[in-house]
Design a protein around this ligand. Structure first.
Ligand code: F3S
Length: 64
């Protein structure tokens, strides 16, 4: 599985990291600048949870 964060769409809301801190970390200004990265299938539920919380729909979780 993979996670992709659209840095241009992120507005620094922080809800992704609040609900799934094991997947999403923020920079010093509160933005998620992770880009694209691989996760294990076990981490998928947390990744989807964080993506669903983002009001900007900046996070995509997909199978690869
Ligand atoms: Fe950004 Fe959305 Fe997280 S706006 S900080 S990716 S909740």
């Amino acid at each position: 599985m993979r996670v992709k964060v659209n840095r241009d769409a992120c507005q620094g809301n922080g809800r992704c990291a609040a609900v799934s801190p094991e997947i999403f970390q923020l920079d010093e200004l509160g933005y998620n600048i992770a880009g694209e990265f691989a996760i294990t299938e076990e981490a998928g539920e947390a990744a989807f949870r964080g993506a669903a919380e983002c009001p900007e729909r900046a996070i995509t979780v997909f199978f690869s």
